[in-house]
Structure formats: C-alpha cells, structure tokens
Design a protein around this ligand. Structure first.
Ligand code: DP6
Length: 360
C-alpha cells in the first residue's frame, strides 16, 4: 500500500477562487467496517450502497490567513450558526491531512455546512460531512494543479475523506463502493474506496433504503471507541476473516441478483456487527426494544408476502430497510402502516441508492 502518491507535486497555478461547494451523501454498509488500526486502516474490507437523499452540503470559503495562533485557522458553521464544538474534530482532521494538502496551513477557512437529515435523527453526519469537506479541499488543490487526472482526484479525495471518517471514503462515488484490500476485487485498497468494478444485476438498480429513526439520543459509545474495542476482542480474528469471505460471496450474489442470499448475508452482517458490540469488553447494546420489534415485523412480512425486504443496522438503534424498487409501493405502505409506530415521533426517511458526491 503506498500513500506517497498522495503527497502533492509542486503547484503550477495560483488559487484565484474564494470558495467551493460540494454535496456528498451518506452510505450504508452491506459488509461492515468495524475495527481499524494505524491511521484509519480497516481491519477488514467493507462495501456500501451510496445513498441519495441523506447528504451534507458544504461551502468552503477561504482567504490567506493572518492569524497564526493555532496550527490551523478554521470556523465551522452548521445551519447558519457558529458551532465551535465541532472545530476540534476538524483540527484533528487537518492535522492528519496536512502532509498531503500542505496549503491548508496558509488559509483561513469557513466551513459552512448543512445536512439534509435532522441532527437529532441519530444518523451520523461524519461520512457525508467529511467527504464533502475532503472534496472541497481537493478542488482547491485541483485549481493549483489543473493537470491532475480525474482518477487521481477521486482516489486522493477518498483517501483524504478516510482520514476524517473511515466510512466517509465510501461516499464519493456510487452506487456500490468497496474499501479495504480484497483479493477478488480488482483495484481495492485499504487507503481509499473504489467503485465496485463488476457486473451488478438490474434488480439492484435504484435499490430502496428507508431509514427508520428509532432513537435520536446520543450514542453511548462513539464509533472510534467501538472500533478500538475490536483490538482485544475474543472473536475479532474470525470476524475479520468472515468479512473477507462474505465479500467474496457477495460478488456472485450481486451479479445474479440472488435476493434470497442477499437478504441473508446483509442481515447476518448487521447482526454480527452488533454481536461484536455485545461481546466486547466493556460490552454495550446499541439496539433498542423497538429495533427488535421492527426486525420481527420485517421477518413476519417477508414470510407472509415473499417480498425480499431486509434490514441492516449501523452503529446505532436506527434500522435501514432495504428492498427492490419494484416492491416500493407495497413496502412503503407496510412501513407507514406497521413500522412507523416504532419510530421516534413516527419519523422515517425514504432514500434510495445514489451515485455519489456532486460539485455545486
Ligand atoms: C458501523 O466510519 O464512523 O457504520 O473511521 O472512526 O470515523 P471512524 O468510524 P466510522 O465507522 C462506521 C462503522 C459502521 C459500519 C460501516 O459503515 O462500515
């Protein structure tokens, strides 16, 4: 794995713009990243669907800095309000990336950001937020180095996003992105995400994801702490091997459109992620009683209708309900009638698979 290719070459052009904007989506992993080492290197490969509606829009404004009190000069604005509480995380991110984007020390930045999903939804904004910011910074670099290839731009933007949020490196492209080296996935890398390179059956086109907002509370365990608990975990070695095997299994499933196998692999991955949390030291439970009620209802509905609807979970209580586009009407009725009662304030978000970030 080489990271030296991401050290910048000398810049050939001056920077004449004052701002750049990107929108970047969230993503939902089918095979989960849980466990990392070194500087944001995953312990196993993962793959995700890129989402479409759940996204962050970021306008990055910059001017030559005059105040050198701190290593970096930055201000975070969320929904029009200054949020100093978010700034330490961005300072830490800048500390990780400045060897690759050294110009960030020379500017004063205003990061003006909004999320399409409510903050109190329990949907993490780090993947969409940090990928949007990484793209804005890369756009500055591209202006100073216009000969940069699109491939290099995409790889380096994902590489930079990864240093902010591991899963963020899977948000830039779509509909399916792999992160982490895997012998069966050509071009896969531990240091950036790549678009899934093989044939995908049309049943997965515009695949639907409805996010059921079960609990908007603060998570008791941050994802960084959770990842770290995989270090001395009794089952981690076999879990990492299993993720590698599951990704190998997913390749023919995606090609053939075998939804029965897709459903069982995706649900098993979600439950395994939570099983790792249940069996770490200290152990913790992120599911809520309503998470389990929803799972039960989904299983009952699938048994009764044979519609291949399934669930997946991220590191929280919310449930992502995945289903093919052709079943959209029926499943959305089911969600409204039978699942929304288990959501906080009956809230859910209809989303579907998308193609990644967009420059505005
Ligand atoms: C459970 O990407 O949030 O959603 O690298 O510490 O920022 P950091 O972690 P993060 O972890 C996401 C974990 C997950 C599974 C996944 O998205 O693959």
């Amino acid at each position: 794995m080489t990271t030296t290719k991401f050290h910048p070459e000398s810049y050939t052009q001056a920077l004449n713009t004052q701002s750049v904007s990107y929108e970047s989506p969230s993503n939902i992993a089918l095979i989960k990243y849980w466990g990392k080492h070194g500087v944001q290197i995953p312990k196993n490969p993962s793959i995700s669907f890129t989402l479409n509606n759940c996204k962050t829009t970021t306008k990055l404004s910059f001017e030559k800095r005059t105040n050198f009190d701190e290593a970096y000069d930055l201000k975070v604005i969320l929904d029009g309000k200054h949020k100093p509480g978010f700034e330490p995380k961005i300072h830490q991110f800048f500390g990780r990336i400045d060897e690759y984007l050294p110009f960030i020390k020379e500017y004063r930045f205003t990061i003006d950001t909004t999320n399409s999903f409510p903050h109190s939804s329990g949907i993490a904004s780090s993947a969409s937020g940090l990928s949007a910011l990484a793209l804005c910074l890369m756009e500055m670099e591209r202006e100073m180095q216009p000969e940069m290839s699109l491939k290099h731009f995409n790889q380096k933007a994902s590489f930079i996003a990864r240093l902010g949020s591991g899963s963020g490196c899977r948000s830039l492209e779509g509909p399916l992105v792999v992160w982490g080296e895997h012998a069966d996935i050509e071009g896969s890398s531990d240091v950036y995400g790549v678009q899934y390179p093989y044939e995908v059956h049309s049943v997965f086109d515009h695949y639907q994801d409805t996010i059921l907002l079960v609990d908007k509370g603060e998570k008791p365990v941050s994802s960084t702490v959770g990842h770290n608990l995989m270090h001395n975990h009794a089952y981690s070695a076999s879990r990492f091997d299993q993720a590698v095997e599951n990704l190998a299994h997913l390749v023919p499933i995606l090609k053939e459109g075998n939804l029965d196998e897709f459903v069982s692999l995706v649900e098993s991955e979600a439950l395994t992620l939570h099983a790792m949390m249940l069996t770490s030291k200290p152990y913790f439970i992120l599911m809520k009683p309503n998470t389990l009620k929803i799972i039960d209802k989904i299983w009952e509905y699938r048994r009764d209708t044979s519609i291949p609807v399934c669930f997946t979970l991220d590191a929280g209580a919310n449930v992502h309900v995945l289903y093919p586009k052709k079943d959209k009407e029926a499943v959305q009725e089911f969600i409204k009638n039978d699942l929304s009662i288990y959501c906080q304030d009956n809230r859910y978000i209809f989303d579907n698979v998308g193609n990644g970030a967009i420059k505005l």
